[in-house]
Design a protein around this ligand. Structure first.
Ligand code: NAP
Length: 235
């Protein structure tokens, strides 16, 4: 059976993606901090006949990542698809951000992706596969109060292109899914301020369908980036 590893699987886009992939026949390795949510999701997906392994890893703590992933990968499943979905947002003017807040945001949106790739991609090389990094239209645009998030996602997009170039020789492809606003718990984060029309946003299920399409591309092709926007446009 094909196997995918998904970060940020406890809620939002990652959880919807885990459910859709499991119903499409994928076995899964799931990561987030919330162990109870991962446990409950895992038992639902096992009832669909899938093999699921999960591990609570705090991706904001650099020292946790390599040991946590190594333990997860020792549980008998080898992924062909890596979805780096976990991410955070912070709103406020760039220069009002503390250094700790800046480092937390970049650890989550960029450095943890580098660390997860470093731990997972080498085990994917023997059979080939694809890394899908969840980016944002903030990577290509700037919005007042969202500067640090824009910078982090722009760097993630560049990281992805660089990874794709270097890993091509190992039959590993890498792409971004660039998203407009999605109705998820990200908009309820303590660090995000703003009133937006949640009903005009993409649904997490629409995003999950797009991730499944990217994951199931034939090994002979690569959609290098897919941009999915709500019909209402950018906001
Ligand atoms: P979400 O509902 O807030 O979910 C975020 C996920 O990341 C959760 O599963 C959370 O799990 C995990 N996470 C957060 N902090 C973590 C940590 N320290 N360690 C490990 N996991 C952590 O957000 P979402 O909208 O689904 O976001 C998923 C991705 O889509 C992000 O990369 C985001 O930037 C991107 N995106 C979202 C939108 C949008 O409008 N929502 C638009 C464009 C791009 P735990 O809390 O259990 O750790």
């Amino acid at each position: 059976m094909p196997t995918a590893i998904i970060t940020g699987a406890s809620r939002g886009i990652g959880k919807a993606t885990a459910k859709l992939f499991a119903s499409a026949g994928w076995d899964l390795l799931l990561i987030a901090r919330d162990n109870e949510s991962l446990k409950s999701l895992s038992s639902d997906l096992v009832n669909l006949g899938r093999i699921i392994r999960y591990k609570s890893i705090d991706l904001s703590e650099p020292d946790n990542i390599e040991p946590g992933i190594t333990e997860l990968l020792s549980q008998g499943l080898t992924p062909q698809v890596l979805i780096n979905n976990a991410g955070v947002a912070w709103t406020g003017e760039l220069l009002s951000m503390s250094l700790n807040e800046w480092q937390w945001l970049f650890q989550m949106n960029l450095t943890s992706v580098f660390q997860v790739c470093a731990a997972v991609v080498p085990v994917m090389r023997s059979s080939g596969g694809i890394v899908i990094n969840v980016s944002s239209h903030a990577a290509r645009n700037t919005f007042p109060q969202w500067g640090s998030y824009c910078v982090s996602k722009a760097a993630l997009a560049s990281f992805t292109k660089s990874l794709a170039e270097e890993e091509r020789k190992h039959s590993i492809r890498a792409c971004t899914l660039t998203l407009g606003a999605v109705n998820s718990s990200l908009w309820d984060s303590q660090t995000v301020q703003g009133e937006f029309d949640r009903k005009a946003m993409l649904s997490v299920d629409e995003v999950a369908q797009t991730l499944l399409y990217l994951a199931e591309q034939p090994a002979t092709q690569l959609v290098e980036d897919l941009t999915l926007m709500p019909a209402a446009g950018a906001f």
